[in-house]
Design a protein around this ligand. Sequence first.
Ligand code: ZN
Ligand code: ZN
Length: 354
Amino acid sequence: MTARLERTRQHLATLGVERMLITTPSNVRWLSGFTAPEDARILINPTEAVLLTDGRYIAQAEEESSLPAVIERDWMGVVRDRAKGGALGVEGDHLTMATARRLEQETGLTLEPHDRVLEPLRIIKDAAEVDIIRRAAQLTDAAYAHVLTQLRPGVREVDLALAIEQYVRTHGGEGMAFDIIVASGPRSAMPHGTASGRTIEAGELVTFDLGAKVDGYCADMTRTVAVGPISTEHRAIFDAVLEAQERAVAAVRPGISGIALDAVARDSLTEAGFGKAFSHSLGHGVGIDIHEAPGLSPKSEDVLEPGMMITIEPGAYLPGDAGVRIEDLVLVTEQGGEVLSSSPKAFTDVLAGT
Ligand code: ZN
Ligand code: ZN
C-alpha cells in the first residue's frame, strides 16, 4: 500500500498536480485497502494522504485503511481546511457536476479535472494483487465444476446461476464480480444474456460467464457446453471459437498490442467463416473492476506488459440460433501468458456417458 501511494505521488508530480482528491471507489480501495470505498475519499496533499469517511466506519477504517482516517461527516469541510487554498485535482471521469459545484462552493478551491488518473498504475498488478486474483480464479473454477453437476435438461438458467452464487458465497467469496450469465439454446446467441427463467432442453448449447469476487478483486471466465448431442452447425461454431481462443492465448506476450491480439482471434474466426459473428472485442483488463485497462480490441491503444491481468474471450453468435464464447483469465508474464482459469474448455457434452 505504501508503494502504491509512492507511485501515485510520482505520477501526480508528472501531471503537475500538487493536491488531489480521489473519489472513484475502486481507486480509494486500491490506495487504502478500505473496504467501504463508496463512503470514502482520499485527499493527497504534499505532506499527507488521508482517508475521509464518516462515523459509521470508525472501527473499520482503523482496522483496514493503510492511510490515517479523518472521521467527519462534513468531508468537504475537511478538504477546505487541509488543502488550504489554490487548485485541487479531482477525478473528472467520476465526480458529478453537482458534487463538483458544491465542492467548489464549500472549499473555495479551483478544481482541476483529470481523467483516468490511477489507471496507468493499476494496470500493472503487484504480487499481492496477483495472488488474490489467482484465488478468485480458483474459486470460479470450483463454482463452475459444481454447477456442471446440476446441468441437465429440465433445469432453469436462473437455478444454475443461484447454484453458482451460493457456492461462491459459501466458499469464501464476497459475491460475484458481475451478474452471472447463463444463456441456453437460442439465448446463447446473446453475449450478455444474464440468467433467465428459461428451461434448458436437450440438444442445446449453454454458455456460462461467471467470476467470483475475492477480497475486492474480480475473476472472469466463460465456458460453453452441450447438453446432449448438438447439430454439426453448432459444433462448427464451437470448434471455430475454441481455435480462435487458443491461438489468441498462445499469442499473449509483452509487447503485443491490444489491436494485434484482437486480430489473432478475429482472423482465425474469419478463416472459419464466423468473422462477422464475433461482435465484441477480444478482452479486457481485470482487477478491482471487472472491466479495466488494458483493452483488447480493434481500437485499443494499449500494449501488453508483464503484470497485466487480461481476459481472452472470443465468441461467435448467430442471432435466434446459437452462440459460443470461451474466456480465460490470463496473467501477462515475461515469458508470455499464464492462464489462471483451469476449467476444461475442450468440447464437452455433459450428458455423454450417462
Ligand atoms: Zn466474462
Ligand atoms: Zn470478460
